[in-house]
Design a binder for this molecule. Structure first.
Ligand code: URA
Length: 200
């Protein structure tokens, strides 16, 4: 079975279960991009546009991400993009511990199918989730994105080794020239990891 089919099966399973936020959402926002990608991005949660279209990163944050990917010579066909939460929280409020606990097993199933060489967490929520080894109770004590962006970490979640490189969230940096430059630099590290060369 190919990865594409593997993801379709996971998505079908996910559609069939009850989950927090499902009732108030219009659509499941499962993921997009290449099922065979070597780089996977993980954002926080769908917003209004994502909820309406059932696709991650299609609103303003998505436009920013597309622009950033273009800058480093990539497009959506080269990567896979998902979120910590798969249904939109009302008014885009922050995810609760209970929601993260209920939704992230599906994110881990996506990673299991795709087996990306590098997972890039976008912003604080996704970064803290991975650094906490998937243990929601330990998320609060993790360091934030400002300190950790562009640094490679091996994290172990459910016995699976994941190479994590935290990145600034595209929505957070778009009006900040300096942080856009940092994002581009961090992506060079991501690409070097994928090509298994070291920069230093
Ligand atoms: N922000 C995210 O973190 N994810 C989306 O899908 C859209 C905006």
């Amino acid at each position: 079975m190919g990865n594409e089919e593997g993801l379709r099966i996971v998505e079908r399973e996910m559609l069939a279960v009850e989950l927090p936020l499902k009732e108030g959402a219009k659509n499941l926002v499962f993921g997009k991009g290449s099922a065979d990608a070597e780089i996977m991005f993980v954002g926080e949660a769908p917003g209004r546009n994502e909820d309406e279209q059932g696709m991650p990163f299609v609103g303003v944050a998505g436009k920013n991400l597309d622009m950033l990917l273009k800058k480093v010579g990539l497009d959506i066909g080269d990567v896979y993009i998902g979120n910590i939460l798969k249904y939109r929280p009302p008014e885009n409020r922050n995810p609760t511990d209970e929601e993260i606990k209920a939704h992230t097993p599906w994110l881990l199933k996506q990673i299991e199918v795709i087996k990306p060489k590098v997972v890039c967490s976008l912003g604080n929520y996704a970064t803290k989730f991975f650094l906490a080894g998937g243990n929601v109770e330990n998320m609060k004590e993790q360091e934030g994105i400002t300190k950790l962006h562009g640094k490679t970490r091996n994290v172990n979640i459910n016995g699976r080794e994941i190479k994590l490189i935290p990145l600034f969230h595209p929505a957070a940096i778009i009006y900040n020239r300096k942080l856009i430059d940092e994002w581009e630099k961090d992506m060079e590290i991501v690409k070097a990891e994928v090509e298994q060369k070291t920069l230093f």
